[in-house]
Design a protein around this ligand. Structure first.
Ligand SMILES: NC(=O)c1ccc[n+]([C@@H]2O[C@H](COP(=O)([O-])OP(=O)(O)OC[C@H]3O[C@@H](n4cnc5c(N)ncnc54)[C@H](OP(=O)(O)O)[C@@H]3O)[C@@H](O)[C@H]2O)c1
Length: 322
């Protein structure tokens, strides 16, 4: 039986691996075309296979196609007859060019998009906004008190902004549950910029996004560098997917392969397992998937254990990563 862990200081019990649902944006909205269109049948299969693998939570956002991802997720859960009380759903408010008042104005749209599934965690997607962190946390606290959402998180917040959000919510007796940030074996900046340390100190969970470095840590793009040219969206323009970038990440991928072979696992599974164990219970991860077998592989990454030596080895090999 998979061991669940607490999200921050809340009563929410979640699997170490959740499912990232940006991939369900249906090609719409800002960066919506990053993953092309994942049809309803595939979404259903991805969700089903994730649940089967022990994943009990899903991360979506208003910004993922203006509600397309939330709706696709809700359709899939409904068609699988999943009861609202059996899943944890995290969504996000898009603060760009908006004031905190829009949190109160848009919450019913979010709830409608989720079609009866509750918002277990509502997150401020980015600190860039026309309003202050204080005003945003006041609005979030109002939503908790109005029972529109259960818990509050932030995303892409620096250590200082995260502390501020924690303090502001604290005045209303509400814990800041999480900060969703980029964290992987190829991007360990939160270990150096104070975010991880502050999260530990305050009992805030880190939700790692892009935990597979958008596919690089699977090793697929090292095996076949021209694969990226067949993909929609902006990844093909990133230096990390070009020949030089792939050479830079190759030692980490090779180390993942080596450890994976010992466990009869894949590099992606080892990368995810490292992420959710190396920092104790603080970090959970939300890999995305465009195909059901990817989701199956990712969910199964929570069902085995790396040794301390293996985790330390990966720590050393990836220490030079960004
Ligand atoms: N808060 C934020 O600002 C923010 C930003 C980014 C993401 N997120 C969240 O984090 C989630 C995950 O991040 P992400 O999508 O950027 O990156 P990711 O999870 O590192 O990579 C996902 C992509 O990698 C490939 N992949 C995944 N598992 C695989 C496997 N087992 N084998 C082979 N390929 C696999 C798939 O793409 P291909 O098949 O096309 O290679 C998949 O779409 C998102 O869905 C979203 O919920 C949040």
């Amino acid at each position: 039986m998979l061991k669940l862990r607490k999200l921050g200081k809340t009563d929410l019990m979640i699997s170490p691996i959740g499912l990232g649902c940006w991939q369900f944006a249906q090609g719409k909205g800002l960066f919506g075309n990053t993953w092309g269109i994942v049809g309803d049948e595939e979404v259903r299969e991805i969700v089903r296979i994730s649940l089967d693998g022990g994943t009990n939570w899903f991360d979506t956002a208003e910004g993922y196609g203006g509600g397309q991802s939330e709706r696709a997720l809700a359709r899939a859960l409904k068609s699988l007859a999943v009861r609202p009380e059996d899943v944890v759903i995290a969504t996000k408010w898009l603060p760009l060019f908006r004031r905190a008042a829009s949190l109160r104005k848009t919450i019913d749209d979010r709830l409608a998009a989720l079609g009866g599934y509750p918002i277990s965690l509502h997150q401020v997607h980015t600190p860039h906004s026309l309003s202050t962190t204080r005003a945003q946390m006041e609005a979030m606290a109002d939503l908790v008190e109005a029972k529109k959402i259960h818990h509050v998180g932030v995303s892409n917040f620096s250590a200082a902004k995260m502390r501020l959000a924690h303090d502001e919510l604290g005045r209303r007796g509400i814990p800041l549950a999480s900060n969703q940030v980029r964290y992987s074996l190829l991007d360990r900046s939160i270990e150096r910029n104070g975010i991880l340390e502050a999260a530990r100190e305050l009992g805030i969970s880190i939700i790692s996004y892009s935990p597979l470095a958008q596919g690089i840590l699977t090793g697929r793009y090292h095996e076949n560098p021209s694969l990226i040219k067949t993909k929609p969206g902006f990844r093909k323009y990133l230096s990390s997917f070009r020949a030089k970038g792939l050479e830079k990440s190759r030692p980490v991928v090779e180390a993942l392969r080596e450890v994976a072979a010992k466990h009869g696992r894949t590099p992606a599974q080892v990368a995810l397992n490292w992420l959710v164990h190396f920092q104790g219970q603080t970090v959970v991860a939300i890999p995305g998937a465009t195909k059901a077998p990817q989701a199956q592989e990712n969910a199964a990454s929570q069902a085995f254990a790396l040794t301390k030596d293996e985790m330390d080895y990966l720590d050393r090999v990836s220490a030079g990563a960004k």
